[in-house]
Design a protein around this ligand. Structure first.
Ligand code: ADP
Ligand code: MG
Length: 283
C-alpha cells in the first residue's frame, strides 16, 4: 500500500504537471543523491539546427544534405529532424537500418549511404574539420556513400535556457549531477561546462548508459532524466527514471517511474522538495 503522506505529496506535485507511476517511486525520489541527465533532447532544446556542412572534393553541400536527409526521414532522433528540415524535397531511401547510438545505413539513388557519428564512421580526410566543429559544441555527423566519406554535417543544439539554473538548484540540494551522452566527448564537455556539470560520460551506447547508472547507483539512489531515445535502458535501471516533456517518446514514458508533462528541468528540483517533504512527514 502507498502511504497516505506520499499520496498527498504526489497530489501537490501533480499541480505542476507530473505523472507518477507509483507512490514508491515518488518516495524514493526524495532520497536521491545523484541526477544523471541525457544530453540530446533533455538538457538541450532538442531542436538541433544544421549550422555547417563540410564536403570532400567532388561533392557539394546540397548532395551531402540530400542523401543524409533521405535516410534521416525514417528516424525519430532529434538529429534527424535537423537534417530533414534542411532539405525540403529529399529522395526516398530504401532498406534503412538504424543502429542505436551510431546512425543509419540505407540505399539512396543506387548508393549505399551511411550517416552517423565520427566513432562509427571515420571522417578520414575531414578529421580536422570534425575536430574543429566538435570543439565549438556542435554534434558532427559523417556522411558516407559507397564506403567513402563525402561530407560532414555540423548540428548545433543549444542548451535549454533553464539548464544551468537547474544544475545550481540541484547542487544547492546536495545532489550530484552527471551528463550521459552518446555524443562526442568534446561536444559533450563544451555543453556540460555551460550547464555547470563536471561529471561527463560521453560516447555512451544505450547499454553503456545503463551500466553507468548501475555504477552511480552503487554510491546512492540515482535518478536518470531522459527522453527515451537511446536511453530507455538507463531510465529503467535508475532508482528513479524520469521522462521529460510530453513530446518525449512512448519509450520514455514506459521506461520511466515519473513523467513530467512539461519540459522545464526546474520541475526536478521542485519535485524533489515535494518528495522529501512527503518522506519527512512519514518518518
Ligand atoms: P544523446 O545521448 O546525446 O541523446 P544518442 O545516444 O541519442 O545521444 O545518440 C548518440 C550519437 O549517435 C549522436 O550524437 C549521433 O552522433 C549518433 N546518432 C544517433 N542517431 C542518429 C541519427 N539518426 N542520425 C545521425 N546520427 C545519429
Ligand atoms: Mg537522447
Amino acid at each position: 500500500a502507498v502511504p497516505v503522506t506520499v499520496i498527498s505529496a504526489i497530489g501537490s506535485a501533480s499541480k505542476f504537471g507530473v505523472v507518477v507511476k507509483s507512490g514508491a517511486a515518488f518516495e524514493q525520489f526524495g532520497s536521491i543523491r545523484t541526477v544523471a541527465f541525457d544530453k540530446t533532447g533533455t538538457l538541450t532544446q532538442g531542436h538541433p539546427q544544421v549550422t555547417e556542412v563540410r564536403t570532400t572534393a567532388g561533392f557539394d553541400r546540397g548532395q551531402v544534405l540530400a542523401w543524409a536527409a533521405a535516410l534521416e526521414a525514417t528516424s525519430t532522433h532529434p538529429l534527424a529532424a535537423a537534417i530533414t528540415a534542411a532539405v525540403p524535397d529529399a529522395s526516398a531511401a530504401e532498406d534503412v537500418h538504424e543502429e542505436a547510438g551510431h546512425g543509419l545505413t540505407g540505399r539512396v539513388d543506387g548508393r549505399t549511404v551511411r550517416v552517423g557519428n565520427p566513432r562509427w564512421l571515420n571522417p578520414s580526410g575531414l578529421r580536422d574539420d570534425a575536430d574543429e566543429l566538435a570543439e565549438t559544441g556542435m554534434t558532427v555527423i559523417v556522411v558516407e556513400a559507397d564506403g567513402a566519406v563525402i561530407g560532414l554535417i555540423g548540428v548545433r543544439d543549444e542548451l535549454r535556457p533553464e539548464a544551468a539554473e537547474t544544475v545550481r538548484m540541484l547542487h544547492a540540494q546536495d545532489i550530484d549531477t552527471v551528463m550521459l551522452t552518446g555524443d562526442d566527448a568534446r561536444t559533450a564537455r563544451t555543453l556540460a561546462a555551460q550547464a555547470g556539470i563536471d561529471d561527463v560520460r560521453a560516447e555512451q551506447l544505450p547499454a553503456d548508459k545503463a551500466a553507468a547508472i548501475t555504477q552511480l547507483a552503487a554510491s546512492g539512489p540515482t535518478a536518470m532524466v531522459g527522453d527515451g531515445i537511446n536511453d530507455a535502458p538507463a531510465l529503467a535501471t535508475a532508482t528513479v527514471g524520469i521522462a521529460m516533456g510530453a513530446t518525449g517518446s512512448a519509450a520514455a514514458v514506459e521506461s520511466a517511474d515519473i513523467a513530467f508533462t512539461g519540459h522545464d528541468l526546474r520541475l526536478i528540483p521542485a519535485a524533489f522538495t515535494h518528495a522529501r517533504r512527503g518522506r519527512r512527514i512519514m518518518t
